[in-house]
Write a protein that binds this ligand. Sequence first.
Ligand code: ADP
Ligand code: MG
Length: 242
Amino acid sequence: MAKVIVKDLHKSYGDNEVLKGLNLEVQENEVVCMIGPSGSGKSTFLRCLNDLEVPTQGQVIVNGHDLSDKATNINLVRENIGMVFQHFNLFPHLSVLQNVTLAPVELKKETQAQAEKTALELLETVGLSDKANAMPKSLSGGQKQRVAIARALAMHPQIMLFDEPTSALDPEMVGDVLDVMKKLAAQGMTMIVVTHEMGFAKEVADRVVFMADGLIQENGKPEDVFEHPKSPRLQDFLQKVI
Ligand code: ADP
Ligand code: MG
């Protein structure tokens, strides 16, 4: 069964219709990269997937749960969706280890010892074993983002959403973060990644979705979308970003 099903999704802010009827399915283990110009509704779309935004119309089904169904326990759905933002949003007053253990202890009722064991394993995965006791302010942007990824993974999510995770990073930090995301993809994580990193999308995505003007304009294999863009809108976009 698809991990994410989106049907005729509309979202308006006042009379500004940002999403104009999107349809998308994401299968288990699939990596979908979303590209498109600024303001086209990519972040709004991701936020609709974990109920941070409520659609004006349409249906979002995550892990089989219809988000608009009153019987759906949205907190349980959210626990299964990890989200990583452009700005890392680490808790500044907590150490790296505490940032990673907080939610599993508070929300999943893991013991501190369990949560720390998992956290240390995840910090190793993201290449930050030596930073467990560091405070966020002493880390580089790339390191902060890798902590944010470890923190999201600590909840054992079934789906990971990334919203331009490398856009705020200095260029020399981007590779390390993308490498962590590649590793996750190789492990079979279901991922939706909004990104301007076309190299990453070409290499890692199973599917690339091009959004513009509040609609999915093209949706296909990376080689088709990048090598044979159908619409002038995508041709123009690719010329600007590649
Ligand atoms: P993208 O991520 O593709 O750059 P966004 O989803 O952030 O696009 O924004 C799409 C449009 O929705 C923009 O015009 C933006 O101003 C508008 N928008 C986004 N969030 C809000 C909000 N909370 N209130 C009002 N307008 C918003
Ligand atoms: Mg955005």
